[in-house]
Design a protein around this ligand. Structure first.
Ligand code: NAP
Length: 519
């Protein structure tokens, strides 16, 4: 039987009781760990965050904690190789693991640098300028932000066991709010290793970080108005958590990043032979195969001018044929496995639903050949390109196949492309690949209300572009509607999300004295 993965609460590593949920290696199918939180004292865990972690963190100020986050990120960087190696068991190639591990470390470093450069030493952040509220100049008001006195419960999806944790943890630490991290069961062992590295660095204040592997039980019942829940995962779980009494009745600050039917639009000018046509097809293939398509920001809908459907379909099919699916690290492998058999079952079921409205151009199921692994035991999936000739069908705009799957859809003109993008009912990201300024303006301004981020890709910015699928910590990551309605990252916004904004009204002298106070 596999060993039970340990949780880390109240300063101790401990293993949950019972049989737990067995997690298998994505490639070999062998058991890796069993995951159980049986025995978790939820009330005591929340209390430890509030009563030990919070005060410990707030003994220093914002700038010092930003420096701490830098040190923690560097401790992880030193041992990144261990995390990359372990990630192979989740089906991730070294390049995939780098997106998660190096991406997470880089994200923490960006927050650290922003915090060190722009936040004061104390625990009070004065926002904007003081507003005079009286004619004589003796009475004014100013927004002061201070750390909430609760805990940040951070629930993550299986596809980013390191980045997912760090993008939430780093801003909470800088803000001075202790975290209770709950990784997704399927890949929790990678998160556990990262937390062990952080623990072994000896840098973390007591109680600043706790980790729960397995279910949270009734932990949310213990949360109140000073606490936060930050969730990443499916829209269904987001809806369940959003309806919890802690959120609806006790105003726990809730943020959700959920699934999304992201679209990429090939501009009408970007015909075969132009750099933009190449950029579009390359980006689509990259988004389909990076992390085997298990990125919330991947391109699910490829919108192309109707007249170019055949050409785009041929070009993408040709590039996908070069994909070598197999065990991470095996000779020539360019795409690994899905995180597990359950995930593959979900993807295959979603492809079946999409096939009601679309035809298969490439792939469509498990791959015919797998390099360096047994196709019967690994969670492999062929990169799958579908083509939907009726853009009005509901399926491509509603069914998220969380794997290497994308659907080509024809559009008539930029206004129609905007209409189709909006049918995703709120997405994390869209891109438009074009040099035609009018088309770009129409798509960006038309689609902005439905998206958290929009990339315009062309020959001018391509060399430096960070790509469609990569959220940048400097900018907001999130999206309206189906995408969860939340905002993460966005530079210091992620830090201030953990602070309470209080409008303080006093004399200008008192307001000046209050800012910069360490308490
Ligand atoms: P999921 O099933 O919703 O699970 C997400 C997390 O919620 C996991 O840690 C899960 O724990 C936990 N969870 C499930 N039920 C819960 C409950 N009742 N109370 C508290 N926690 C609960 O999603 P997933 O399958 O892991 O992730 C895939 C989805 O995430 C995709 O749809 C993808 O689009 C989305 N995603 C979005 C983003 C983004 O930034 N917007 C990023 C990555 C992924 P267990 O694993 O223990 O069940």
């Amino acid at each position: 039987m596999a060993r039970t993965l340990q949780s880390w609460t109240r300063g101790e590593w401990w293993a949950g009781g019972g049989l737990g949920t067995e997690v298998s290696d994505a490639v070999t199918g062998e058991p890796v760990v069993s995951v159980s939180s049986d025995g978790l004292d939820t009330a005591a865990t929340v209390a430890y965050a509030r009563e030990v972690g919070g005060p410990e963190l707030r003994r220093s100020g914002f700038a010092a904690r930003a420096a701490l986050v830098k040190q923690l990120a560097l401790a992880l960087k030193e041992r990144r190789g261990e995390l990359v190696e372990l990630s192979a068991r989740t089906g991730a190639t070294a390049a995939d693991a780098s997106v998660d591990v190096d991406g997470g470390i880089g994200t923490a470093l960006v927050f650290a640098s922003k915090g060190a450069g722009r936040l004061p030493d104390g625990n009070v952040l004065a926002e904007d300028e003081a507003e005079p509220l009286g004619k004589g100049g003796t009475f004014a008001g100013r927004h002061l932000l201070s750390p909430r006195r609760g805990a940040a419960v951070e629930i993550n999806a299986f596809n980013f066991p390191v980045w997912g944790m760090l993008e939430k943890l780093a801003p909470a630490l800088i803000a001075g709010v202790p975290s209770i991290v709950k990784p997704a069961t399927q890949t929790a062992y990678v998160t556990v290793h990262a937390v062990r590295v952080l623990d072994e660095s000896g840098l973390l204040p007591d109680g600043a970080l706790q980790l729960v592997c397995g279910g949270l039980g009734d932990l949310l019942d213990h949360l109140g108005g000073q606490d936060l829940v930050s969730f990443t995962g499916s829209a269904a779980t987001a809806a369940k958590l959003r309806g919890h009494e802690a959120v609806t009745a006790r105003s726990v600050r809730f943020n959700a990043e959920a699934d999304s039917l992201n679209g990429s639009v090939l501009g009408p000018d970007a015909v075969p032979g132009t750099p933009e046509f190449e950029l579009f097809t390359d980006a689509l293939v990259h988004e389909m195969t990076c992390k085997a398509g298990q990125r919330c920001t991947a391109i699910r809908r490829a919108l192309v001018p109707e007249a170019l459907l055949d050409q785009v379909s041929g070009a993408v099919d040709g590039r996908l044929a070069k994909t070598v699916v197999g065990a991470p690290g095996a000779e020539g492998v360019t795409m690994g496995a899905l995180a597990g058999q359950a995930q593959r079952r979900d993807v295959l079921a979603a492809v079946e639903r999409l096939k009601n409205a679309a035809t298969v151009v490439a792939g469509g199921g498990p791959p015919a050949e797998v390099a360096g692994a047994d196709a019967a035991t690994g969670a492999f999936m062929a990169p799958t390109l579908l083509r939907c000739d009726d853009p009005d069908r509901a399926e491509p705009h509603a069914v998220e196949a969380f794997g290497p799957v994308s659907t080509l859809i024809g559009y008539r003109d930029p206004a129609h492309a905007v209409e189709l993008l909006a049918r995703g009912e709120g997405s994390l990201v869209a891109s438009v690949v074009s040099c035609d300024e009018d088309a770009v303006r129409e798509v960006v301004l038309g689609a902005a209300a439905h998206h958290g981020r929009i990339l315009v890709l062309d020959r001018e910015d391509a060399a430096e572009s960070t790509g469609h699928g990569t959220p940048m910590p400097q900018l907001v990551h999130g999206g309206p509607g189906r995408a969860g309605g939340g905002e993460e990252e966005g530079g210091l916004r992620a830090v201030t999300h953990h602070l309470q904004r209080t409008a303080v009204q006093a004399s200008p002298r008192v307001l000046d004295a209050l800012t910069g106070t360490v308490h």
